[in-house]
Design a protein around this ligand. Structure first.
Ligand SMILES: [Zn+2]
Length: 271
């Protein structure tokens, strides 16, 4: 046998062996997956990217790179913000205000969903604003505490001027904003409900399938608590489901199927 024929034979034998091994591996993987996956558990794929520029009933959602900020109309020349974004110069918020002929002084209040840096960096650009956050996140907002214990605390230069409590209603002009504590992503994570829109901060996100997912596990301090808080929020809001049109997480697209995605998440078994 010539050496070229021999090597062809060897290649053929190897190819057949690999094909057999591959088939066996696939079969065993399928068997394991089928055996382990609970039949009623729904597969939900990745997170849906932010769609900025959303506007409805006096609420504008502004995209600041990978996070959103909301501008709430309070009346002529006055607005409030939900979060203040990641940009130190608050560029995207200032541009959105400029399109309305407003400057930074128009911002009368900033309601923080929590104290992570990417939600608070723009705060100092709005010196007229009352700064509000849930009591349990004050130290994080002000930089007296850290989320990751291995890092040192560093003052942020931001002072919270009004500590919020669960269940409280903040009235700004004619706008009412209800405050819900949803601890888990951070100890003082909040959800805010105003005019049919529920802001969820980092406590939840939308999937590309239009479902609601719990907060990103990589950045969540206490995942079981986050999940329990979402179930609790769903139970509190269920009797008022008809009031809610839109869910707005901070790092994904919004969901316009009312409270349903939150109710579905609460009913799903934990992954
Ligand atoms: Zn965030």
């Amino acid at each position: 046998m010539k050496s070229s024929s021999l090597s062809k034979l060897l290649v053929a034998v190897l190819a057949v062996s690999f094909a057999l091994l591959f088939t066996a591996a696939c079969a065993s993987t399928n068997a394991t997956t089928a055996g382990e996956a609970p039949a009623k558990m729904k597969e939900i794929s990745g997170r849906a990217p932010i769609t900025g520029g959303l506007q409805r009933d006096g609420i504008e959602v502004v995209q600041d790179d990978f996070v959103v900020v909301a501008i709430l109309d309070l009346g002529p020349g006055e607005v409030a913000l939900v979060d203040a974004g990641n940009a130190q110069d608050a560029g995207p918020i200032l541009s959105a205000l400029a399109r309305r002929g407003l400057g930074p002084e128009a911002v009368k209040a900033i309601l923080l969903t929590h104290g992570d840096g990417d939600h608070i960096r723009g705060v100092p650009r709005f010196p007229n604003a009352e700064v509000m956050a849930l009591e349990a996140d004050l130290a994080l907002v002000e930089g007296r505490a850290v989320k990751v214990p291995s890092r040192p605390a560093k003052p942020t230069g931001i002072a919270v001027t009004r500590a919020l409590r669960d269940g409280e209603i903040v009235e700004l002009g004619s706008v009412r904003i209800e405050v819900f504590a949803v601890p888990g992503h951070t100890p003082g994570s909040a959800a805010f409900l105003t005019n049919g829109v529920l802001f969820l901060g980092d406590s939840a996100g939308a999937s590309v399938d239009g479902e609601l997912l719990p907060g990103d596990p990589k950045h969540t301090v206490d995942q079981p608590l986050n999940r329990a808080s979402l179930r609790n929020l769903a139970a509190r809001l269920a009797p008022r489901a008809s009031e809610i049109d839109l869910l707005v997480p901070s790092h994904t697209s919004a969901l316009d199927r009312g409270l349903t995605p939150l109710l579905d998440l609460a009913a799903r078994p934990e992954e």
